[in-house]
Design a protein. Sequence first.
Length: 263
Amino acid sequence: MNPREGVSLGLVAVPLVVAVVGPFLPYGARTGLPYSSEGVLGTDGLGRDVLGLLLVGGRTALGMAIGAVVLAYLVGGLIGLTAASTRHRWLDEGMMRPLDVLLPLPSLLVISVVAVGWRASAAAITVAVAMVNVPTVARLVRAAALDAASGPVVEALRMQRESWVTIQLGYVGRSVLGPVAADLGTRITLAVFLVASVNFLGLGLSPTAPDWAVSVSRNREGLLLQPWSVLAPALLLVSFTLGFNLLADRLVHRSRRLVESTR
């Protein structure tokens, strides 16, 4: 592991460990006066321990974003692979054209409407973020898989009566590893931005939720009084997105070498 990979892994690991392990740590959160210096990182505008909020706020801040990207790739990836491998043009058009209609819709507006309709529902926001990403994921996977899906290797596998799953995941799927790896860094970053934006605007989770983006929004007026109530959750969000983008760049190079070695 080179120094760059070590730094990238560290930037991702710190907020990820806080989000996963934090809720289970036996930390005795304190309460006190608003924006006071009591405790390790002081208190927020409601007098709650900032460190205690950080330890439990990552579950929604990162969990919703990562869950949305996973769901987007499950749905969009399946649509893209099916559209690329089908021999029926009408099926390809029928799967992709409705998604093209969804592409021009402003992502934040769609998610905000869903958030208002299902206020404080983490599941609804996660699904909304996933759905606005499905069209671009499906188009990306379809474009990356077209050459491999129509090539002679796939025809030979079909003549050998290999299953659709074996062909698509065993061979065609490898051809999309590079584009998917390149897209994954920006996709995760975008999902974190969308989830954080909705929560920051007060359209998502409850204003008293410990979510990192909610904490930034709620305590921004007290930045000069107690900066850690804003800086700590903001730094964790920035650390995760920056580190994940750097790791995604390394993953792109490695996936390219993997694809080239299998040719």
